[in-house]
Design a protein around this ligand. Structure first.
Ligand code: FPP
Length: 241
């Protein structure tokens, strides 16, 4: 039986090219990107999606020009400030995944308040990857497992996949069923490296600011036509894990 996508993860790519095609600065594209993000958060529950993970700012994005970084940080702040009440009212639980250490105190405070204010919501789990890198997440998880005084290392036991999965930032969500990237680029860019082991990947040509419910429906349609075998031989049509 065809199952809906339970966890969708998106690499929102193409803001800069979308803006350049209009003769505008990159920030213009990022602002339009936030509108696409807002549309997407509203649309996904209609498709039965319970977990949505969005790649907003990678650990590598710090190498961008200082002005662009400043604008991206302002957009994150603006998004949380402007939309938090609505997200909370719509049952969205917000979590920020990524490295917290070294973040500006104002950003940290905002992240913590967004998580606290939505902690009891259950309609949609929204994970925003900020200052996030997949390898960095795995390294931090390994350190957590090693340092855990009641964990396997302290007890002289073997480390298992379950120990590592439980120490990742995404512990509250199942592995993604579908990874979607816009803009025609075909790579993962250090996103959810551990979690994508059996995810289906869909790459769409549209630039992120143009992304809407039709593109979302198209990606899910492609997903449902895939045979998921999870390393076995029996096809599991678009099965959620
Ligand atoms: C990729 O476009 C997108 C990003 C680096 C960040 C995604 C950011 C947003 C959707 C807006 C910010 C939202 C929040 C909540 C922080 P790109 O700049 O790499 O585009 P390009 O590949 O065309 O240059």
């Amino acid at each position: 039986m065809t199952q809906p996508v339970n966890h969708l993860a998106i690499i929102m790519d193409g803001n800069g090219r979308w803006a350049a095609a209009r003769g505008m600065p990159r920030t213009y594209g990022h602002k339009a990107g936030v509108e696409a993000l807002r549309r997407t958060v509203k649309s996904v529950p209609k498709f039965g999606i319970k977990h949505l993970t969005l790649y907003a700012f990678s650990s590598e994005n710090w190498s961008r020009p200082a002005d662009e970084i400043k604008d991206l940080l302002s957009l994150l702040k603006l998004y949380i400030r402007r939309d938090l009440a609505e997200l909370a009212a719509n049952g969205v639980r917000v979590r920020i995944i990524g490295r917290r250490e070294g973040l500006r105190p104002d950003i940290l405070a905002l992240i913590e308040s967004a998580e606290e204010k939505t902690a009891h919501n259950t309609e949609l789990n929204l994970n925003i990857a900020f200052n996030y890198g997949g390898r960095d997440e795995i390294v931090r998880a390994m350190q957590t497992v090693i340092d855990d005084p009641s964990g396997p290392v302290a007890k002289g036991e073997r480390v298992t996949e379950q120990h590592i999965s439980a120490a990742l930032d995404t512990v509250a969500s199942p592995d993604p069923d579908l990874i979607l990237r816009t803009s025609g680029e075909v790579r993962l860019s250090n996103f959810l490296l551990w979690q994508v082991a059996y995810a289906e990947m869909v790459f769409l040509d549209c630039m992120w600011p143009d992304f809407d419910e039709h593109h979302l429906a198209e990606a899910i349609e492609i997903f449902t036509r895939r045979d998921r075998r999870f390393g076995g031989v029996e096809a599991v049509k678009g099965a959620a894990q």
